[in-house]
Design a protein. Structure first.
Length: 315
């Protein structure tokens, strides 16, 4: 347990070039003086703890995607996508122009942000996950613009994005929505499944998406264009809602409600117990190249998002 009872819930954790980034909730809501949560540890192998950075931006930060040890993109309330640079020792923030810029609506949420190649993608919708879903894309540093999706679905949101390359990008959302971008065409990938898919992860074997909200679901598929999605939820387990998944080199990790943790062995996810009591919702996880594993969460069932926890497993 690296952080416990952090003021803001922690919603996303990612690492790049040895630095670990975590973002999360605005602990006093969008009307209070405190900003959303941003923590960075530039070297998890030393004894120094995460440093909290002040972005001066109110509202919740829902996802982070670092592109180096000192620069990351994050998204959140107000339909915000921002670039933050900490190389000077302080957080220098540049907000990107989006279709929501200037609207001042804190219920428009960027739930997922992804920087890959020269593109920045933002996925989101209305707070609560029931309406006004969108997908935005920035090319070569330009403004984020709306992407038309090939779907007849209505009253949905998109939650998250993942990519192996700029020409292999995946998106998931409510109503079992999944989409794939091949660099030229956006394709809807049919899922015989009504669950809300909160996060998707990729490795060289395929894709895994997890969701809920009433019962945890795990769906998987290969990377071939005609590979079907398959329900790979453990048949012997009644799982709570699952919110985060990450894959790396054959390993895999899934986290969810009530401190749920599953790890992958021989291609199969099975529950694993923490060596201490863990009851809060875990929202995001990450497996690093260095062998460290990370998970974050907190109290996310209502606003404000508070009580953040940050967990680390050493190699």
């Amino acid at each position: 347990m690296v952080r416990e009872s952090e003021a803001g819930a922690l919603l996303s954790i990612r690492a790049k070039d040895g630095a670990v980034w975590a973002v999360g909730g605005d602990p006093d809501g969008v009307d209070g003086p405190l900003p959303g949560t941003l923590l960075v540890d530039d070297d998890p192998t030393d004894e120094d703890d995460f440093i909290s950075y002040d972005t001066a931006l109110q509202g919740d930060f829902w996802w982070v995607d670092p592109v180096s040890a000192e620069v990351a993109y994050f998204g959140g309330s107000y339909g915000r996508v921002a670039r933050v640079d900490i190389s000077s020792g302080a957080a220098v923030v540049e907000e990107l122009t989006t279709p929501a810029s200037g609207q001042g609506d804190d219920t428009v949420i960027v739930f997922g942000v992804l920087a890959v190649g020269d593109d920045v993608w933002a996925a989101g919708g209305r707070l609560g996950g029931l309406a006004d879903g969108f997908l935005w894309r920035s090319q070569q540093g330009g403004a984020l613009e709306a992407v038309t999706l090939p779907t007849a679905a209505t009253n949905y949101v998109l939650w998250k994005a993942a990519a192996r390359t700029p020409d292999d990008v995946w998106f998931v959302g409510t109503k079992g929505l999944t989409f794939h971008w091949d660099g030229a065409t956006m394709t809807e990938l049919a899922v015989d499944e009504g669950a809300s898919l909160f996060t998707v992860a990729l490795d060289d074997e395929g894709a895994v998406a997890v969701g809920g909200p009433n019962a945890g679901r795990i769906i998987s598929r290969g990377l071939d264009d005609d590979a079907p999605w398959q329900d790979t939820t453990p048949a012997t387990e009644l799982l709570p809602a699952l919110f985060g998944v990450h894959l790396r080199g054959g390993d895999g990790m899934i986290v969810g409600q009530s401190g749920m943790l599953l790890t992958r062995k021989d291609g199969v996810f099975s529950p694993e117990q923490f060596p201490f009591n863990m009851f809060v919702t875990l929202h995001s996880c990450f497996l690093g190249d260095d062998g460290y594993a990370w998970a974050v969460g907190g109290s996310i069932s209502g606003l404000p998002l508070t009580g953040g926890v940050l967990l680390r497993r050493s190699p």
